[in-house]
Design a protein around this ligand. Structure first.
Ligand code: PLP
Length: 394
């Protein structure tokens, strides 16, 4: 029997939208040619890829087109992680006189672990801290960005606590010092309106599977005029900026997902915000000793990070799983380790709270009934675990 699942972990990944699947279907069965082929069966796919590229550009508000009407600021990649790697490596290569990267302590491992590797390779990395609500220390950032800095990279929105960061302001700080600016917008795309035509951002990463396209496709936006060196070197695909036969079906799917995200954004933001706020209010009314994390004035509308003091997040997840409820403790990438996530540690959360932190993240497909079910189940789960906790006192 198929178990009913309440999927409240949409920052980890999302389901493919039915419209996206339908758009992809012909490219798996009938239109399976290679876009680089001379004959029409393959070659005509190149035009379909260009249409998907335009859809991605429209979601990002990137209106520049080349003389063929193509949105060449968009480069298709295999995932957000590849886009991040390509951006950082390129910035260091095109600014070879500068050997420093400035970033934040709350980035995704796609950036933080890459930065550690770059340090091993001899580059300097400065990671800027955050306050107790996860807000970036802007004066420390201003001090860190200097004439040695090749690139400043700051996530647009945090995957764990949902904070939205002041990327435009930081881009201006980077540019004043002659550095490039990249943003990991994997969690922001589709959830925050974007207007790259009016922006100072040089490079931006997104990932298909966070916005109802399939896993295994991503984008790196590179502003026209910003020098770029390819990370994956091979064939002439993506105008020589990313070798490898195109993942045609997924690219088409991502184009469709971007179109849906753009057209439905206002409605979706209102919907997930309503669910998120209902969840937080319901939990705060029924469960004592909780803490809602993040910057309440600048947060993704779909994300809620809640600490339940004196118990383990993993234990809560296991009990919720018995009710078919999927959420996350820390980020998907840190699940499996018992250390609290680097984001919560950077915020200085006490261990008793950091350990018991859950993230709920909603999508357009979640319902009020699902949220009410979570609110119904959670109090007894928390009280069962607290009764077993040596630290909990009623
Ligand atoms: C902020 C952020 N950056 C990068 C990634 C990595 O994206 P991908 O899974 O497409 O490599 C994620 C995925 O969780 C993320 O949340």
């Amino acid at each position: 029997m198929k178990r009913e699942v309440i999927y409240a972990d949409n920052n980890a990944t999302t389901c493919v939208a039915p419209e996206v699947f339908e758009a992809m279907r012909p490219y798996l069965f009938e239109k399976y040619g290679n876009p680089s082929s001379i004959y029409t069966f393959g070659g005509e796919l190149a035009a379909d890829i260009e249409r998907a590229r335009i859809e991605v550009a429209e979601l990002l508000g990137a209106s520049w087109r080349n003389n063929l009407g193509q949105a060449t600021e968009i480069i298709f990649t295999s995932c957000g992680t590849e886009s991040d790697n390509a951006a950082l490596r390129s910035a260091l290569e095109v600014q070879s006189g500068r050997r420093k990267i400035v970033t934040s302590k709350v980035e995704h491992p796609a950036i933080l672990n890459l930065c550690r590797e770059l340090e091993r390779e001899g580059y300097t990395v400065e990671t800027i801290g955050v306050d107790g609500d996860g807000r970036l220390d802007m004066s420390a950032l201003e001090r860190a960005v200097d004439s040695e800095t090749a690139l400043v990279t700051l996530m647009w929105a945090n995957n764990e606590i949902g904070n939205i960061y002041p990327v435009e302001e930081v881009a201006r700080i980077a540019h004043r010092a002659g550095a490039l600016f990249h943003t990991d917008a994997v969690q922001a795309a589709g959830k925050v309106p974007m207007n790259m035509s009016e922006s100072e951002i040089d490079m931006l990463s997104i990932s298909g599977h966070k916005l109802h396209a399939p896993k295994g496709v991503g984008v790196l936006y590179v502003r026209r005029g910003v020098r770029f060196r390819p990370f994956i070197i091979g064939g002439h695909q993506e105008k020589g900026r990313r070798g490898g036969t195109e993942n045609v079906a997924s690219i088409i799917g991502l184009g469709k997902a971007c179109e849906l995200a753009r057209k439905g954004m206002a409605e979706e933001i209102a919907h997930v915000k309503k669910l998120r706020d209902r969840l937080e209010t319901g939990i705060a009314e029924r469960i004592p000793a909780i803490r809602i994390n993040g910057d309440k004035s600048s947060r993704l509308p779909n994300t809620s990070s809640i600490s339940f003091e004196y118990i383990e997040g993993e234990a809560i997840l296991l009990l919720l799983d018995q009710h078919g409820i999927c959420a996350s403790s820390g980020s998907a990438c840190t699940t499996g380790s018992l250390e609290p996530s680097h984001v919560l540690r950077a915020m200085g959360l006490p261990y008793t709270a950091a350990h018991g932190t859950l993230r709920f993240s909603f999508s357009r497909y979640n319902t009020v009934e699902e949220v009410d079910r979570i609110i119904e189940v959670l109090p007894s789960v928390i009280s069962t675990l607290r009764k077993m906790s040596p630290y909990w006192k009623e």
